[in-house]
Design a protein around this ligand. Structure first.
Ligand code: G4P
Length: 526
């Protein structure tokens, strides 16, 4: 198969949702269709159970689960599907944002009872930033949920995206009868608890056919005709380019647990979703079909066993063909590496692979060479852009509790930061170090891992900080003036970039007014 054909058969996407909307259940059903797993219950949720917060072995176990289910690849009707899992817990939002840089499209699960929830709103913001195409799956139609029209309105208003229903529910909860596909004009009837994988669809070219009454009864037939007429009038045919540019989200209705509406989602997804797309390497647009291999690391997972400190770096192939055993150029370190071990993630098993193509995610065994955002090429310099760090929400000062283990603490902090667990800011004055995260849970994880994996003891003291702002200025003199004036509040991030540590919102505003020649950035990529 040629490179272009290999690319054309690939689809790399992520499923996002607020916890409990049904992401794990939907993932599992997709894997069942792909034949990647044989029975339900095989996919473990990557949810961090808050009841288990103090049980650290439990968190370690959950980290293990999350790596096992991070990437699931399977074949389905001639396509190679790479499904990337995203942590649902909000404290791991950064991890999710980074994972979203490696996908070409997203399926968003919404619970029809709860509607659009906060975590979905946040994730959708990231999708919008990158114009990622989104398909929405409204789940749990077997429950009494909100009116479907209200759900569509809510998605449009809360998620700031236009919707285009491609299927429509007939009833809901106890009276749920099935869905009508507006896309291929067919009817699928629901049987509670059905486990069969291949739902039978009845083609119904003419919605006015009396067959509809026979299938769903007079009342629902009349309602469906009215709905379809209205929906056709409002939405018309889907313009695929609107979906591909992230302006319109096609919407499906179903019930993942009952395996209802899932095949329809998958089949349509394969027809309309984007092939692996190119990415920007510095300022150059790299096309997937270019012959030379390139890719970037978007996730690093440490081995849970402290005796084996190897890590797994997740790399998205962006162009060309990856071949195991080849020497590739590590652009940040400015040197070539022979990649002798690489794994693919087939459903829940890891297996060694010899080659991979654009869109594929491969796992590289790493003994400390990789950081998130690192780029591998066949010699071209530069880095893949688009994996910025955002200003953290919570900051704590690192207090070393064991002077004998200072080296271990530094090494541990560095490695955990490379993994993207949190961000480290080193103050210019004194040896103060601040760790910034999006959630409280990370501090507990860091403290535990420093102790267990590196033998270092650290406490985290609270700090009065509002935001970390990356700073730059066109005029170097102005920057010097600013640095001299705000010396106590200047730190460097892990790349050595200058950061102004603002203590409060009001103060930041005042500083911005007093130093208008400085550019203040809230993400590390500008
Ligand atoms: P998540 O990964 O998005 O957090 O959600 P997950 O799939 O774990 O689903 C959350 C809960 O919702 C689960 O119930 C799951 O069984 C249920 N669920 C998923 N899809 C449907 C659906 O179509 N209809 C209904 N009624 N429920 C659905 P649980 O009680 O939390 O867990 P479990 O004991 O069933 O595993």
């Amino acid at each position: 198969m040629s490179l272009v054909e290999e690319i054309a058969k690939r689809r790399t996407f992520g499923i996002i949702s607020h916890p409990d909307a049904g992401k794990t259940t939907l993932t599992e059903k997709l894997l069942l269709f792909g034949g990647a797993i044989q029975k339900a219950g095989a996919v473990k949720s990557n949810k961090i159970d808050m009841h288990a917060r103090s049980d650290w072995m439990e968190i370690e176990k959950q980290r293990g689960i999350s790596v096992a289910t991070s990437v699931m690849a399977f074949e389905y009707e001639g396509s190679k599907i790479n499904l990337l899992d995203t942590p649902g817990h909000q404290d791991f939002a950064e991890d999710t944002y980074r994972t979203l840089t490696a996908v070409d499209s997203v399926v968003m699960v919404v619970d029809c009872v709860k509607g659009v929830e906060i975590q979905t709103e946040k994730l959708m913001e990231v999708c919008r930033m990158r114009s990622t195409p989104v398909i929405s799956f409204i789940n749990k139609l077997d429950r009494e949920g909100q009116d479907p029209y209200d759900l569509l309105d809510e998605i449009e208003s809360k998620l700031d995206i236009k919707v285009h229903p491609l299927s429509w529910p007939i009833g809901m909860g106890k009276s749920f009868q099935g869905v009508y596909s507006l896309y291929d004009k067919s009817l699928r009837l629901f049987k509670a608890g059905q486990q069969q994988l291949h739902e039978e669809a009845t083609k119904l070219e003419d919605i006015n056919s009396p067959e509809l009454e026979e299938l769903i009864g007079e009342k629902d037939a009349a309602q469906l005709r009215e709905d379809v007429e209205f929906l056709d009038g409002v939405y018309g045919d889907l313009d695929r380019s609107d979906y591909l540019s992230g302006v319109v989200a096609p919407v499906f209705f179903g019930s993942a647990i009952n395996n209802f509406g899932v095949k329809e989602l998958l089949d349509t997804f394969l027809r309309i979703s984007p092939e692996p797309k190119g990415r920007k390497l510095d300022e150059r647009d790299v096309e997937p079909s270019e012959n030379k291999f390139s890719g970037f690391v978007f996730k690093i997972h440490a081995n849970m066993d402290p005796k084996h400190r190897n890590r797994l770096a997740f790399l998205r192939v962006c162009s060309g063909k990856f071949e195991r055993g080849s020497n590739y150029f590590h652009t940040r370190q400015d040197k070539k590496f022979r990649i002798s071990q690489a794994t693919a993630f087939m459903a829940q098993d890891k297996e060694t692979i010899d080659e991979a193509y654009p869109g594929d995610i491969i796992g590289l065994y790493d003994t400390g060479h990789f950081k998130i955002g690192d780029t591998l090429t066949e010699g071209e310099k530069g880095v893949y852009r688009g994996i910025p760090s955002f200003s953290p929400e919570i900051f704590r000062e690192v207090i070393n509790r064991d002077a004998m283990k200072t080296k271990q603490l530094e090494k541990g902090l560095k490695q955990l930061m490379d993994e993207g667990v949190a961000q480290l800011f080193s103050y210019e004055l004194g040896a103060r170090k601040a760790v910034g995260t999006v959630g409280q849970l990370q501090f507990e994880v860091i403290q535990y891992r420093l102790k267990n994996e590196y033998g270092a003891s650290a406490d985290f003291a609270s700090m009065q900080l509002y935001k970390a702002c990356w700073i730059s200025a066109k005029d170097p003199k102005k920057l010097d003036e600013f640095l001299a004036s705000k010396q106590r509040h200047i730190a460097k991030d892990k790349e050595g970039k200058l950061v102004f540590m603002a203590e409060s919102k009001a103060w930041l505003q005042m500083v911005q007014e007093n130093f208008p020649d400085i550019d203040y950035h809230f993400t590390s990529e500008f």
